[in-house]
Design a protein around this ligand. Structure first.
Ligand SMILES: *Cc1c(COP(=O)(O)O)cnc(C)c1O
Length: 427
């Protein structure tokens, strides 16, 4: 007996029986936009194909984990070679050293690095380390930023937490967030001498795209220095994406600790946190702050990360940012022609979409944009035209180095059509 070919709908029905909401990460669900998720059969470069054979120009790109596009031959080759030598040992490998050296070389001020397996782990541990190193408990973060789903950092969060409209999460004890202060993005808060760390996305990309206003990051650096607190840049998205040294090098502001993820894993589960030597040496086995991981610095993941970073020369960033600049301008013009009031912020290679007449500078503005209710129609309109963007209004678009001029033109054209349809639908 042969079973009928899988369709998106049939797979989703089966998925819902065995996984909550049919997905393994809530940002993949279509609840915020309606409809059934497409199940990916394969990806290549700028494109993904679903199980029904439909091709999409993909701007999700694993929420930023793929910067070269899907299945880059050099990355796949590195993964094959590494996998053939064994996938995990519980003993150190050369790849871990090479990856840490590469990252520390490119990010001035980042002297020592520890590899972990997810951005959540990186941010969670950076905060623990800051608390251990300063002997203080309080942490300041900014509403609309996302730092993974550890208890202490699940307050005022962006990304899926925002999409689901949750202030935090059930299951997080009040005590776990009692020392977490949430401040508005793009305003430098006054902090007390009880603050261990200020953690920030140097370019916010989990409430849509909100670049830092001039002086914001510099102001945070000054305020942390004044209060004796550590500054943590969560560069899980911006690291090795907005430029060769990430956001800290781009803006010339040096934090005490960094979190990296997404790009540095080359599409495999790998992340890192790092920073000043004196702080990092507070970690076990040298110091009293504990952290560990069975799969940390996994040899297949480090090989993929190294392959990606080896292809990210200055010229690659120039090309990607130039593409994104043209793309953003094209989307803005197409929306204007369609009579849809849209903001298209661009930060290096990152592109965002907001609805409304003025630029968004914080989470309040992002929520106002989302409350227009226009995102679902636009997203579905694009999907029907073979363009995949994230199924939630608080995510950004991730063009890759594989996206071509033809992809750009096709997307801008589809965007104009989808915008016109959204305007008609809203009228
Ligand atoms: C994605 C993300 C995280 C969490 O990373 P995971 O690997 O999903 O745990 C943390 N911080 C930022 C800024 C992110 O975008």
């Amino acid at each position: 007996m042969t079973s009928p070919p899988a369709t998106n709908r049939s797979l989703f029905e089966r998925a819902c029986r065995v996984s909550p909401g049919g997905v393994n990460s809530p940002v993949r669900a279509f609840r915020a936009v309606g409809g059934t998720p497409y199940f990916v059969a394969r990806g290549e470069g700028a494109y993904v194909w679903d199980v029904e054979g439909t091709r999409y120009i993909d701007y999700v790109q694993s929420y930023g984990a793929s910067v070269l596009g899907h299945a880059h031959p050099k990355v796949i080759e590195a993964i094959r070679r590494a996998a053939g030598l064994g996938t995990t040992f519980g003993a150190p490998t050369e790849g871990e050293v090479l990856l840490a050296e590469t990252i520390c070389e490119r990010v001035p001020g980042c002297q020592v690095l520890r590899l972990v397996s997810s951005g959540t782990e990186a941010a969670m541990t950076a905060v623990r380390l800051a608390r251990g190193a300063t002997g203080r408990d309080r942490v300041v973060l900014f509403s609309g930023c996302y730092h993974g789903h550890s208890d202490a950092l699940l307050a005022g969060g962006g990304s899926g937490v925002a999409t689901l409209g949750l202030p935090t999460s059930a299951g997080v004890p009040a005590g776990a967030v009692a020392e977490t202060l949430v401040a508005p993005y793009n305003r430098v808060p006054q902090i007390g001498r009880d603050v261990a760390a200020v953690i920030v996305e140097p370019v916010a990309a989990n409430m849509g795209l909100v670049p830092p206003e001039p002086g914001f990051l510099e102001g945070l650096r000054q305020e942390c220095d004044r209060a004796g607190a550590l500054l943590i840049f969560d560069e899980v998205i911006t690291g090795f994406r907005v430029g060769p040294g990430g956001a800290s090098r781009l803006f010339g502001v040096t934090p005490d600790l960094w979190c990296f993820g997404k790009v540095i894993g080359g599409g495999l589960p790998l992340a890192a946190f790092g920073g000043r030597r004196d702080i990092m040496e507070q970690l076990a086995p040298l110091g009293p702050v504990y952290q560990a991981g069975t799969l940390s610095g996994n040899p297949v993941a480090t090989a993929a990360g190294l392959a990606v970073l080896s292809l990210l020369e200055d010229a690659a960033y120039k090309e990607l940012s130039a593409w994104a600049g043209r793309f953003g301008a094209g989307l803005a013009a197409a929306a204007q022609e369609a009579g849809l009031a849209v903001q298209v912020p661009v930060a290096g290679p990152l592109v965002g979409i907001f609805f409304g007449p003025s630029a968004v500078t914080d989470y309040e503005g992002a929520r106002l944009s989302a409350s227009s209710g226009l995102y679902p129609a636009l997203m579905r309109g694009l999907l029907e035209r073979g363009i995949a963007i994230a199924p939630g209004p608080y995510e950004v678009l991730f063009p890759s180095l594989a996206h071509t001029g033809a992809d750009l033109e096709r997307t801008v054209e589809a965007f104009g059509e989808a915008a016109r349809a959204a305007v008609r639908g809203a009228a």
